[in-house]
Design a protein around this ligand. Structure first.
Ligand code: SAH
Length: 434
């Protein structure tokens, strides 16, 4: 392989990456994500007979060991808990104390902590019946730990074995947010000044816009700022039982939305869901004894530490209700344990280019009035916490500068009585005030 086609590695980031996870406060942050932790617990306990009772289990990236403890609670015979960071020694402390002074009697002699990277050769681990792991980052694949999960599957899972989680799904949607856009522009505008202590900074104004708008915005947002709400049918499926590490290097997600409102599209929002399904994964098997659990990190779901992510366009795109918005997102791995993200969106399908033929150098140069393109580095995340659902007044689409057609308004009036909260039939208000 020539150096230009070589896949960027992650190893040079290991000291920072594992240094982060070696700290209890960061493990705690994940443990305290109640949606995350309780979903894993339900998935493991509800599939106890099928995948855990008397089974050999591996926990990839065990961290504090929480998934290993759940596996033992579900009846596992033996759990191999592989953790590369210094957290392994802390987990070992907890495991070693099992049985002392009546603490954690159930864990005694059940768990083997292995302080290594799963990719290290010759680990003393047999093939296992079940793998559990939480290898998920922002937009599912930030951190590139899914590659380690796939590696574990390929090297340590028995044929027909179980993977929890078994699938991920990515959702993308067009959004409006004039405030976020203006705030981002305001940061860039700093450079648009002719006399900062007597110095003209404006030569850097364009670079400042590129930089500020090239940062993905992580945070929760109001689901009613979506111009189209994607459904399960729009989900981009990532099947953890079949996807290869090679496929994980370069992922293209096509999309086609029908605008639900007239308004300004300021960019593309993204989130994911996780599915915990028992095997077999290669054929539909409604008879499979077990329970499938789903967890969403979408804007209308209960909050998680992953939040959602938004990719702002430098130039908003005006869309009309019922118009078709089409495009793609191409995600290519980088050497920052993350991805470079290319997006093309168009209102004129003749302008839609082939993502496979994308020219990275020319990508942002070719312009068209009904098309927007953008590039973002997924690891250069910035945060936005301006949305607080607890204080939201009764809301109508026009409050976010999203306009319905006459037909939509008439249909909504027919369908709702005077006292109905009719802002958007797709969400229940109670769902996100609580
Ligand atoms: N399973 C724990 C921790 C999840 S965070 C929980 O659910 O709370 C992911 C963990 O995987 C981190 O502790 C990180 O150090 C570890 N990890 C990441 N890549 C790894 C690899 N290649 N080999 C071993 N451990 C890894």
């Amino acid at each position: 392989m020539s150096s230009s086609t070589a896949i960027p590695g992650v190893e040079h980031r290991d000291p920072q990456y594992f240094g982060y996870y070696a700290m209890l406060q960061h493990q705690q942050n994940m443990l305290q994500d109640n949606v995350r932790t309780s979903t894993y617990r339900s998935a493991i306990l509800l599939n106890a007979p099928k995948s855990f009772q008397s089974k050999t289990v591996m926990d990839v990236g065990a961290g504090s060991g929480i998934l290993s403890y759940f596996a033992v609670q579900a009846g596992a015979d033996k759990v191999y808990a592989v953790e590369a960071s210094g957290m392994a020694k802390k987990m070992q402390k907890l495991v070693k104390a099992a049985g002392e002074n009546g603490k954690n009697q159930f864990l005694k002699d059940k768990i083997e902590v292995i302080n290594a990277k799963i990719e290290d050769p010759d680990l003393p681990i047999p093939k296992v019946d079940t793998i559990v792991s939480e290898p998920i980052g922002v937009l599912l694949f930030h951190e590139r730990m899914l590659e380690s999960y796939i590696y574990a599957r390929d090297h340590y899972l028995k044929p027909g074995g179980a993977l929890y989680p078994s699938h991920g799904g990515i959702y993308l949607a067009p959004f409006t947010d004039a405030t976020l856009w203006s705030e981002t522009m305001a940061k860039a505008r700093f450079w648009d000044q002719p006399s900062f202590y007597g110095v003209d900074l404006s030569a850097l104004y364009k670079d400042a816009r590129d930089e500020m708008f090239g940062m993905p915005v992580v945070g929760h947002f109001d689901p009613r700022s979506l111009i189209t709400t994607p459904t399960f049918l729009d989900r981009y499926d990532v099947n953890f039982s079949t996807i290869t590490t090679k496929e994980m290097q370069d992922i293209t997600i096509p999309f086609k939305w029908t605008a639900n409102y007239t308004g300004l599209m300021h960019g593309v929002a993204g989130w994911f869901d996780l599915t915990f399904a028992p095997p077999p994964y290669d054929q539909p098997n409604p008879e499979a004894a077990g329970t499938t659990i789903e967890m969403s990190t979408g804007p209308a779901a209960d909050r998680t530490h992953w939040q959602q992510v938004r990719f702002l366009f430098k130039e908003p795109l005006a869309v009309n209700a019922t118009q078709v918005i089409e495009g793609w997102m191409r995600c290519i791995v980088n050497d920052m344990r993350s991805y470079t993200i290319y997006v093309e969106v168009t209102l004129d399908s003749t302008q839609l280019s082939d993502p496979a033929k994308m020219d990275k150098e020319q990508f942002l140069i070719a312009n068209h009035p009904l098309r927007r393109r953008g590039v973002w580095e997924l690891h250069e995340q910035t945060y936005n916490y301006s949305f607080n659902p607890g204080y939201m007044p009764e809301h109508q689409p026009e409050y976010s500068c999203l306009y319905q057609t006459e037909e939509q308004i008439d249909a909504a009036t027919k369908n709702s009585s005077a006292d109905t909260k009719s802002f958007d039939a797709m969400y229940s208000y109670d769902e996100f005030v609580n």
